[in-house]
Design a binder for this molecule. Structure first.
Ligand code: ADP
Ligand code: ILO
Length: 386
């Protein structure tokens, strides 16, 4: 059964209650939680959901994992799947409540990871970090005909902390102060200011969201995953003076490092992000797994955790959904709306980015995205107006 607006609030309440109650419970999964999981699993299985969770959480895997917990944080399968159980319209529907979840619940994570990142098998390993040089990539749109702006971001988790559903209020504050101490030492073009969401008025917050600089509040996918607890405590944004280098603190990941500017100079935007990551990496210890690369809350962000996107207008291709689908699959690109994931395109502006982030080096990810956007622009130029 699909959750409608009447059933969702009740479900949301149950989910938060369950996540809170069982966060520090004993390693044995409680029978009430088991019952709830079984009922919700059945609803998902009976639904028409197209999520990767529904595709890969078979009855056999569900039965094998439903009583497992992670050793350090007692995270359960419910922590991992609550977002997808609550939101049947999820694309993925799965999150890792702590780094150990990727191993304890590998029977579910591995096939989802393989499916999303296009063939990263459970025997595969993320290559060593290799940023390379962004200057190898020429401006994608020197005449400014198609690309409005370019953004490159990556996520990082700090060693020694779990992810959102297991963080305490104290953890949020501790993470924020450790990250802020590192941000204060940034120099040159990275020099800027941090503002905590707790002290920011709603008007300034909305202005930053409208300018695509700040994350939105109340994302229902993150909320159902237990990622909005204690909001806005520990959350905030760092902006350099030129507002082209941004760091998000404690939204989906502990840190999101972002570089963005108008136009299509992907190489320049990428190099700026790399400089920021390297400067922060000298001061903070990032959690990197030998097989999965940089560990993130959402399995779609593992590996390099890089999403390089352009806000782009391709009016002819957008009128030809078949051709667009074929091209985005060929180039492994993902298309989002103007205000990010799960949003609509405004004034014909789409957000197009690399889909996979795992199994390739950072440099290869940027190359894949660069080749793809170049291909789309060429196709747009060749396409006939209808
Ligand atoms: P992410 O997971 O990369 O943070 P979201 O889809 O949540 O992505 O988007 C976050 C914000 O970044 C949104 O406001 C979105 O419009 C903005 N954004 C993404 N790509 C670009 C771009 N190329 N130019 C300007 N803003 C962008
Ligand atoms: N849980 C959501 C989002 C998945 C990928 N995006 C991000 C921001 N991690 C879904 O499954 O659609």
């Amino acid at each position: 059964m699909l959750l409608n607006s009447k059933t969702r609030p009740k479900f949301k309440f149950l989910t938060s209650w369950i996540l809170a109650t069982f966060r520090h419970a004993s390693k044995k999964v409680d029978k009430n939680l088991l019952k709830q999981m079984e009922d919700d699993f059945q609803k998902l299985a009976d639904s028409k959901s197209k999520s990767l969770l529904r595709r890969h959480l078979t009855k056999e895997i569900f039965d094998k994992l439903k009583t497992q917990t992670t050793p350090s944080y007692n995270s359960t399968l419910m922590h991992c799947i609550s977002s997808g159980l609550c939101n049947h319209d999820s694309g993925v529907g799965l999150y890792a409540p702590d780094p150990e979840a990727y191993k304890v619940f590998a029977d579910l994570f591995d096939p989802v990871i393989e499916d999303y990142h296009k063939c990263f098998r459970k025997t595969d390993k993320q290559p060593e970090t290799a940023f390379g040089k962004g200057k190898d990539f020429e401006n994608l749109d020197p005449d400014g005909n198609f690309i409005v702006s370019t953004r490159v971001r990556c996520g990082r988790a700090l060693k020694g902390f779990p992810f959102n559903p297991c963080l305490t209020e104290e953890d949020y504050n501790k993470l924020q102060s450790e990250i802020c101490a590192a941000l204060k030492n940034l120099k040159g073009e990275y020099k800027g200011c941090y503002e905590s969401l707790s002290t920011m008025d709603k008007c300034s917050q909305q202005k930053l969201i409208d300018d695509h600089l700040l994350f939105k509040e109340g994302d229902r996918f993150l909320e159902a995953a237990g990622a909005s607890r204690f909001w806005p405590i520990g959350r905030g944004i760092y902006l350099n003076d030129a507002k082209n280098f941004v760091v998000w603190v404690n939204e989906e990941d502990h840190i999101r490092i972002i570089s963005m500017e108008k136009g299509g100079d992907l190489g320049k935007v990428y190099d700026r992000m790399v400089g920021g990551v390297e400067a922060l990496g000298k001061q903070l210890q990032f959690n990197r797994d030998e097989r999965l690369g940089f560990l993130t809350f959402c399995p779609t962000n593992l590996g390099t955790s890089i999403r390089a996107s352009v806000h782009i207008k391709l009016p002819k291709l957008m009128n030809d959904p078949e051709e667009l689908k074929e091209l985005s699959e060929r180039y492994r690109l993902q298309i989002r709306g103007t205000s990010g994931e799960h949003s609509e395109a405004k004034d014909g502006v789409h957000d197009i980015s690399n889909q996979r982030r795992l199994g390739l080096t950072e440099y290869e990810i940027i190359k894949e995205m660069h080749t793809g956007i170049k291909g789309l622009i060429e196709a747009e130029k060749k396409a006939k107006s209808c």
